[in-house]
Write a protein that binds this ligand. Structure first.
Ligand SMILES: Cc1ncc(COP(=O)(O)O)c(C=O)c1O
Length: 360
């Protein structure tokens, strides 16, 4: 090849998004992308319409108004926040700014699929660390650190397992990492995890911890692509140097600000999720399927083996329900099911109950 891409680029497999339609059906229930069954908050929709008439203008480059809103609502310092095109972009900022050829990025066995991609995008080497029973293993991470390690990615709650590492374990991990290793606490699902501060106390006080958040999940704005990160001022300043000045449109900024300032949205959605998650988890266990307690807006159902999961997926698809097969995450026997509203959850339970009855 005469044109040679940068190191690592050809290691990246092209992203394949999950299905969102089923031929011949107009009642499809998509539970494969951990989206919010309630959609975006009405205030965000109003803000989108209003901002749309200003699209001939370039957006703010400093994101000051959105950062102020996030800082107010979450009790943070605005100048330690960076906003990105989804939290994916913030994860990219940190890996690109601090890692490169010769460096290692650690992530765990069932970790989010973007982590190795981000390592390759930066030209760094992704290193997988085993988990213990589908939970991040702090000792295994600390043992895997070498003098080449520059970054550790952890999603808490984790995707696709939904498991949560408790605060004391996070502190132990942070304490156990060398000062030149950044710990990224990916908090895409934190609002669904009761009692967890999302890594805020660590990101606020430690010089090497970054937490990331998204508007894609509880705020129901996945289609608009907005996320943010919070960390030491020095780290935010470094990342800002590689952020494109107009990475977020005026529509994105306005929608996110309205969403974060909605006083009740997070609680309403988290309550609905908690209620339906308990119901779905209980029903799956009742059917003899294995499910860990989830702290997120999805559950990972584990069948006896891949064949059984294929059959369960087939039954769901024939009832118009799309779930995610987390085969690439090391769960060929798994079905990751987004927790929907009461009616949607009922539909999943009915379908799998009928399937179980027919096969046993
Ligand atoms: C663990 C985790 N982190 C980050 C993201 C990225 O989300 P977004 O770029 O939409 O903020 C996702 C999306 O599914 C995720 O599951």
């Amino acid at each position: 090849m005469s044109l040679t891409p940068q190191t690592g680029i050809m290691e990246i497999a092209l992203y394949e998004s999950g299905a969102s339609s089923i031929a011949g059906r107009d009642d499809v229930l998509k539970l494969s992308s951990n989206e919010n069954p309630l959609g975006p908050p009405p205030a965000a929709l109003e803000a989108i319409v209003k901002a749309a008439s200003e699209t001939h203008r370039y957006p703010a480059t400093d994101h000051a108004s959105l950062r102020e809103a996030i800082a107010d609502v979450y009790g943070l310092e605005a100048d330690r926040i960076i906003c990105g095109v989804g939290s994916d972009e913030v994860l990219q900022f940190v890996s690109q700014a601090y890692c490169g050829e010769g460096y290692e990025i650690l992530y765990t066995e069932h970790g989010f699929s973007m982590y190795p991609v981000l390592a390759h995008m930066a030209g760094a080497t992704p290193v997988v660390v085993p988990e213990r029973e589908r939970v991040v293993d702090v000792d295994a991470i600390i043992a895997a650190v070498t003098d080449k390690t520059r970054l550790v990615f952890i999603a808490n709650p984790a995707n696709p397992t939904g498991t949560l590492l408790p605060d004391d374990e996070l502190v132990r991990l942070t304490d156990g990492l060398p000062a030149n290793v950044i710990l990224v606490l990916d908090g895409a699902y934190v609002e669904f995890a009761e009692g967890y501060d999302g890594g805020k106390s660590l990101a606020a006080t430690r010089p090497n911890v970054l937490m990331t958040r998204t508007f894609s999940k509880i705020y129901g704005l996945g289609g608009l692509r907005i996320g943010w990160g919070y960390g030491p001022k020095e780290m935010i300043d470094v990342m800002t140097r590689i952020r494109q000045p107009f990475n977020l449109s005026g529509v994105q900024l306005a929608a996110a600000e309205a969403a974060v300032r909605d006083p009740d949205w997070v609680q309403t959605c988290a309550e609905l999720n908690a209620e339906q998650r308990v119901r779905l988890t209980g029903a799956m266990r009742q059917l003899g399927l294995a499910v860990d307690d989830s702290a997120a807006n999805f559950v990972l159902v584990r069948c006896a083996d891949k064949l059984e999961a294929d059959a369960a997926e087939e039954a769901l698809l024939s009832d118009g329900i799309i779930v995610r097969r987390p085969t690439g995450y090391g769960f060929p026997e798994g079905l990751r099911i987004t927790v929907g509203d009461a009616e949607q959850t009922g539909r999943v339970i009915d379908t799998l109950t009928k399937w179980r009855e027919a096969t046993q």
